[in-house]
Design a protein around this ligand. Structure first.
Ligand code: AMP
Length: 122
């Protein structure tokens, strides 16, 4: 599917330096920062610097270098925050049914406590 990227989304503004962020890690193609409304003791968002709406868009259209950098950035955040041993959860919401608030790909990395089951029953 072809996605249309909104240059005015809040993460695009963060990437342009127009609004601040609490950076955890910056790499050539990726940025990780603390979520402004944390849902767990650890709640980091990892975004690619490229203009990708969601994971499907990124996995279909990003370069190998971007995909490698992004994947490794997620691993580096887990190592930096020390959650690999006790566990963590990665979530990437997409579109209407995924209830995606910001239309720029982001992975939530959550941890630091028992996170319970993944979904509430519908
Ligand atoms: P989603 O519903 O998956 O699109 O999640 C968007 C996330 O972005 C939410 O967890 C928000 O708390 C977070 N968020 C929104 N604005 C900011 C910001 N300026 N800095 C950090 N996190 C933000």
């Amino acid at each position: 599917m072809a996605y249309t990227y909104d240059n005015e989304n809040i993460f695009a503004k963060i990437l342009r330096g127009e609004i601040p962020n609490d950076t955890v890690l910056e790499t050539e193609h990726s940025l990780a920062f603390n979520d402004i409304r944390p849902q767990a003791p650890l709640h980091v968002l990892v975004i690619p610097k490229g203009k990708y709406v969601n994971y499907d868009d990124f996995a279909s259209n990003a370069s190998d270098a971007e995909i490698l950098d992004y994947t490794r950035a997620i691993s580096k955040v887990c190592a930096m925050k020390g959650v690999a041993a006790d566990g963590f959860r990665m979530i990437s919401n997409a579109g209407r049914d995924g209830v995606q608030e910001v239309p720029h790909l982001h992975v939530h990395i959550l941890g630091g406590r028992d996170l319970g089951r993944m979904l509430n029953p519908a």
